[in-house]
Design a protein around this ligand. Structure first.
Ligand code: DQA
Length: 147
């Protein structure tokens, strides 16, 4: 089983940006923890991060026929990008949207995710651990949850 992990704009700045909101963990550390959990379950991960909307659309499209599920944090594009939403809807596979912060506790403009409506489910507010939760959710959906 293969999962694409797609990270949106400014997530490459984790560990530096707004630590009071996102904590001190870096994207590399999140990915290392996730890789560890995936290895223990025989899951293959493909990591991708971009600050460009079109590149994220391209990456989601490439998932068709190449992976079994997607874990995506569209970051700020969650609140604006109908293009990413449409790409998620087009590939028609299990998709977990993850947010590190609880978007419902934040500014009003963050409380609506337009991409979430095309995803299978959303995990928000559990920090870097949300990606671990997302992995378990995808394993459950794809039918490879052994625990
Ligand atoms: C975020 C929440 C977004 O509102 C914000 O623009 C981000 C990160 C999160 O993971 O909490 O960049 O997606």
């Amino acid at each position: 089983m293969k999962i694409a992990v797609i990270q949106g704009p400014n997530l490459n700045m984790l560990g530096i940006r707004e630590q009071h909101i996102y904590g001190g963990i870096t994207l590399e550390q999140i990915h290392a923890q996730l890789q560890n959990a995936a290895d223990q379950n025989g899951i293959e991960l493909e990591f991708f991060q971009s600050n460009f909307e079109g590149e994220i659309v391209d990456r989601v499209q490439e998932c068709l026929g190449t992976v079994d599920g997607i874990m995506i944090n569209p970051a700020a594009y969650s609140h604006t990008s109908i293009a990413i939403r449409d790409a998620i809807a087009a590939v028609n596979m299990p998709v977990v949207e993850v947010h590190i912060s609880n978007i419902y506790r934040r500014e009003e403009f963050r409380q609506k995710s337009v991409t979430a409506g095309a995803s299978t489910g959303v995990i928000t507010g559990f920090g870097g651990f949300g990606y671990h939760m997302g992995l378990i959710a995808l394993m459950q959906m794809i039918g490879e949850l052994r625990a």
